[in-house]
Write a protein that binds this ligand. Sequence first.
Ligand code: 4NP
Length: 159
Amino acid sequence: MPSVCFVCLGNICRSPTAEGVFRDLVACEGLADAIEIDSAGTANFHTGELPDRRSIAAARRRGITLDSRARPFDAADFVHFDHILAMDRANLEELQARAPDAEARAKVRLFRSFDPSAPPEAEVPDPYYGGPDGFDRVLDMCERACAGLLRHLRAQHGL
Ligand code: 4NP
């Protein structure tokens, strides 16, 4: 089964939002049992926490429930997941630096690279220290990139 792990810094804002948006999309397409979906953070300072209440509220307004618990990305994740999707370039560089071999490195890419309307190297900016608009913009970006990601998985894995 194809598997995807979304990765940001804290695993309480961006990657849980991407996870929730993608779960919702995949379920709507009848593929909930066909794709494994998870998220993690490169840092461990929010381990065990629910997503940020601002992320939860913004997602709820679009009918999406965020209920993951934060966890740090670890070495086993490089083996387990097929697609490891970084929210920003700092996350990407951190994951690339930690990747144990070329096979693991090849699994890592920027999440927004799946959005054909996004510029090259586009990031999902960290909304943590900004205003409420930032959380809506994260959702907009996640919706577009998730649509492209699903198209990619359908083509690559014949779903
Ligand atoms: P995230 O956002 O990486 O999208 O989960 C952040 C969450 C927490 C912190 C930074 C970014 N923090 O510094 O605690």
